[in-house]
Write a protein of this length. Structure first.
Lengths: 338, 338
């Protein structure tokens, strides 16, 4: 069996996460038992939710245990199989974690899914045609549920979730407005991702200034909002929501490092009769087939062409993850492991 | 025609509302034209929503115009009719406003509803079997939608909405916990209204202390919350909500007088995958018949026995309204006009 490289969570962040929270180790890969397969990972996915797992606090998901391999989505190729339904050479997506190889009990429901790379590049199964894409789909279709002609807004607009959100919302006849950090990301959102407009939040020092920019970009107000960041951006959007607006809360990355970030004016929930709903896509596995079919079709037909930022080698994962948390990536953040 | 007494909104509050914001005038009652009826009001309803209408700010409802009769629900008796479907002596509920008499175009949909006082006292049509009761019904049934055995919580527990909420939730097999101000109200909630427990928020100086009391009163956590007040109470409840909890936002009286009251930790919406929904019962007229039928039955069978605080005479309405905003009333606040 090949030697394996792994990244463990070594200690928990005090405030901001740092590369010092992680430790790279080399281990032996155990021999397979019946029903197991050995997967060589081609790509590791880096996602904001991982930051939450690094904390010890009570949350929806179990906290990442210290001294164990960091959780993470992976795509790769089976190199050895002791399971009748998988064979060497199969391309699969799974939750292999921050390591070069994983041994998987392939009978466990949802542990491994075989994928077809004829029309969709392998790495996209970690982004547009994977968990982030389905996340965008669930928030848009099941919570925001927009009518054609409505205006929907997404923060972290050029990330893996935001770019899928834009394609899905355009397909439903919505006006789609993004919020992102910096002129390059905003230009990319409009020129390549199909956003009708994109606002650079870094140009705005408070929620009122950002709300004014939203008013210009959303002349008919905001009917649906997909929340990835929280903080000032959410406060500003709330000032521009229409009556009966819907807000899907997927992430609040702005508050991951420290004290809770308050919401400035919750009375707007009543004034505008808003519906706000938090969700985690892994709790809604029933929608994945329908969502993945639509997302795969959007990619295959060129209507969703997400960009990727790819770090090379497992050792680069911690630094790349710090960059993701600060918005330094452009589109989906991956680590290439082969 | 009889002379009419009316209370007008004379000027808008700067911060807290005061009796000086109102003006009592005596006017002539105009002669009826075809299709109109003259109603003598027996009771005027005082409700927290009126405070919002006194402000000039943009809200869901038109602001109360200066110099006009204050908006308000009324029950009374028709004393003269030029409408074929109503006759003198009919008991009716409507939105007659803060005045002794009103002239009503009875053809206008929803303007007047004839009521039966065989099993339900006339004044209850402004409370348990009226708008406040339907408000409790909508939030509980349509937003919280509890299962038997779940725990639901309501703030302003002994008010008109809270007391109806308790009876409706008990009928659905829920554990019902109230939050109210002072030991007398809390004892009344448990001894007369059927709450399983009631917490005196005045004993708690911050959200953590109140959250601790909620933990004791709700050992299985909180599945549904009906929000009437906002502020610290909402912050404390959020700390105790179970995964997939539902919050119906009906009022945020804590913030009516001034600057918006922030919500301390909105990330809990995501952590616990909560659904939070604001609503106004007048926008859901389709549920009124079903809700009023259930509420009337609860009253007629003695399962809902709300208390009333009755001020005597129209001139006492402003002072009684100030008391309502400060929680001085006990149960439904009315003004008796006959």
């Amino acid at each position: 069996m090949p030697a394996n490289q792994q990244i463990l969570l070594d200690n928990r962040p005090q405030g901001e996460a740092t590369v010092g929270n992680f430790k790279l180790v080399t281990t032996d890969t155990p021999a397979l038992t019946d029903g197991q397969v050995l997967v060589r990972h081609h790509y590791l996915s880096l996602d904001p939710y991982m930051r939450g797992r690094m904390n010890d606090s009570k949350s929806y998901a179990a906290s990442q245990p210290l001294g164990e391999v960091m959780i993470g989505g992976t795509v790769g190729e089976i190199v050895e199989s002791k399971h009748p339904k998988f064979k060497a050479g199969d391309q699969v997506v799974g939750m292999g974690g921050w390591q070069a190889y994983s041994v998987v009990n392939a009978d466990q429901p949802g542990a491994l899914r075989r994928v077809d790379t004829t029309h969709v590049p392998l790495s996209y199964y970690l982004g547009a045609v994977g968990m982030p894409g389905v996340t965008a789909w669930y928030g848009l279709v099941k919570i925001i549920a927009p009518k054609a002609g409505e205006t929907v807004v997404v923060s972290a607009a050029t990330g893996a979730v935001g770019s899928a959100f834009a394609a899905l919302a355009r397909a439903r006849g919505c006006r789609v407005v993004g919020i992102a950090g910096g002129p390059d990301k905003c230009a990319y959102a409009v020129n390549e991702l199909g956003f009708d407009a994109c606002i650079d939040y870094k140009l705005h020092k408070d929620m009122y200034s950002l709300a004014k920019a939203l008013k210009e970009a959303c002349p008919n107000g905001i009917d649906g909002y997909f929340e990835n960041v929280g903080g000032m951006v959410l406060d500003a959007v709330l000032l521009r929501m229409n009556a009966f607006g819907r807000i899907a809360v997927c992430g609040m990355i702005a508050g991951y490092d420290g004290a809770p970030l308050p919401l400035a004016n919750p009375a707007l929930i009543l004034v505008n009769r808003l519906k706000i709903e938090g969700f985690i896509v892994s709790e809604h596995m029933e929608v994945w087939p329908e969502a993945l079919t639509e997302l795969g079709t959007l990619v295959a037909t060129g209507k969703l062409r997400p960009r990727e930022t790819v770090a090379q080698g497992l050792a680069s994962a911690p630094e790349a993850f710090m960059g993701l948390l600060k918005g330094k990536n452009f589109g989906k953040q991956l680590v290439r492991l082969v």
